[in-house]
Design a binder for this molecule. Structure first.
Ligand code: BES
Ligand code: MN
Ligand code: ZN
Length: 455
């Protein structure tokens, strides 16, 4: 079981006090004849001792250092040097290292091992800073690795098993509620979503107690381990990648792991709402009326609007049982969010201005960027049902906002709450400067940065 927590990168990255090795990278922010655009490299020396200067470009943000780290990582992957080290030069070492760690990750466990593998790459920088970045990026890479596992490997039941060993390894409390317990408790929404699958729903509660007692920050994650759409089945092109519909919960696990390893002050509790959305004779149907844990009834218009159903019960559970200081939910919730923001920003609905500005700032700093969604009551109007208290789909128009307002209707007055629709940012099949194509682990660095600055 251990190996599922120890995620190996394409090459190891280590700390060093001095520059040594066959290849030495120097990072520069000085443009020259040889170094015209970001990523350009100037190579000198011999095979025994090559020196490579890489130009970071003139982009104003800190992200240029991460991109430079990402470019060094892909060079190491393709050239397999015998040994190498990096001299950060004028770079922000911390962010360069983030780019190296995230850039070195690949989902490769089901592929034949490469003939040649690169040796460790050493970075000369402050040791304490190195260790902290490693904790955060390893946690983010674990979130990415688990997100990539297909639904034949991770389903609600196997995810609950993983969560139990995860809790042991990182010293967390873990409670798993199975479908029978959920049914008894009255959580009719999460049970209904999973009832078409042979692996029924689970709600998983993981508690990191923090080093300073207080109310926990509660993180609720959507873990639809596969979203076929259910009876409102998706199309041939709409269904691939729906193993990534658990990315919200994978981010929650990554955050908990980093919080525990960094021994953050604030208590953090994760609530994972796991179900597999499948069509079958047991499946829930359009026109069904569910009774959620809150007591509110929900008319089903589309079984493909399932994420908000499992989250409704998760959000209610959190407020009824966990005495949250505030709640953040993470979910690959709507295709409409991808249309609106692409892969660049997550949509964020928030009931508290101060909370939002903290999260927004953390997003700008870490490049896990968010943008606030409106929460006008007009959007809720679209969810009025003639037969139940609310319906689960308001149609295509304003889809990212109606989905957010659906969730908001399960939040008690006065509870600071933020909803992150990460449908566009959780994975990107084009890849980018420091992400190979696939999952990104979006939310881990943003939230850890925000938690570290919480008073
Ligand atoms: N998991 C999907 C949202 C999604 C789509 C994530 C594409 C990532 C990429 C979600 O459960 C869904 O199917 N949403 C529907 C809602 C609709 C039926 C109201 C959608 O966005 O089409
Ligand atoms: Mn769906
Ligand atoms: Zn979904």
């Amino acid at each position: 079981m251990e190996e599922i927590f120890d995620i190996a990168n394409a090459f190891e990255i280590c700390h060093a006090d001095a520059l040594t090795g066959a290849v030495i990278f120097h990072v520069t922010d000085q443009q020259s004849v040889l170094l015209k655009k970001a990523g350009d490299m100037a190579v000198s020396g011999s095979d025994e001792q090559a020196e490579i200067t890489i130009y970071a470009g003139n982009e104003k943000t800190q992200d240029r250092w991460r991109k430079t780290g990402g470019r060094i990582a892909s060079w190491v992957k393709s050239h397999c040097p015998k040994s190498a080290s990096v001299d950060c030069g004028p770079a922000n070492c911390r962010e360069l290292l983030v780019g190296l760690f995230l850039g070195a990750y690949e989902f490769s466990k089901y592929k034949e091992a490469p003939k040649e593998t690169p040796r460790p790459l050493c970075v000369v920088m402050d040791k304490a800073e190195f260790d902290e970045v490693k904790i955060i990026c390893d946690a983010q890479n674990m979130a990415r690795e688990w997100a990539h596992e297909p639904a034949s490997v991770i389903n609600p039941v196997t995810l609950a098993d993983r969560a139990e060993s995860f809790a042991q390894v990182y010293g967390l409390n873990c409670t798993v509620l199975d479908d029978e317990q959920l049914q008894k408790m009255g959580a009719g929404a999460i049970v209904a979503v999973g009832q078409g699958s042979k692996t029924p729903s689970r709600m998983i509660i993981l508690e990191y107690p923090g080093t300073k007692p207080g109310k926990p920050v509660v993180l609720v994650g959507k873990a639809i381990t596969f979203d076929s759409g259910g009876l409102s089945i998706k199309t041939t092109t709409g269904m691939p990648d729906m193993k990534y519909d658990k990315c919200g919960a994978m981010a929650v696990l990554g955050i908990l792991r980093a919080a525990a390893q960094l021994k953050l002050e604030t208590p953090v509790t994760g609530v994972i709402c796991a179900a597999e959305n499948m069509p079958s004779d047991k499946a829930y149907r359009p026109d069904d009326i569910l009774r959620s844990l809150s007591g509110k009834t929900i008319e089903i218009k589309s079984t493909d609007a399932e994420g908000r159903l499992v989250l409704a019960d998760g959000l209610t559970y959190a407020q009824q049982n966990l005495d949250p200081r505030c709640i953040i939910d993470y979910a690959t919730l709507t295709g409409a969010c991808v249309v609106a923001f692409g892969h660049t920003r997550a949509g964020c609905m928030c009931t508290d201005d101060e909370m939002f500005s903290g999260l927004f700032a953390a997003g700008e700093k870490t490049q896990e960027r968010i943008w606030r969604l409106p929460s006008d009551e007009d959007y809720l109007e679209r969810l009025k049902s003639s037969e139940a208290d609310i319906k689960n789909s308001g149609g295509r128009e304003g889809g990212v906002c109606t989905a957010g307002m659906f969730l908001k209707s399960f939040i008690n007055e006065g509870m600071p709450w933020a909803h992150m629709d990460i449908a566009g940012t959780a994975y990107n099949n084009d890849g980018s400067a420091y992400f190979v194509p696939g999952s990104t682990g979006f939310g881990v660095r943003l939230t850890i940065d925000w938690l570290k600055n919480l008073q």
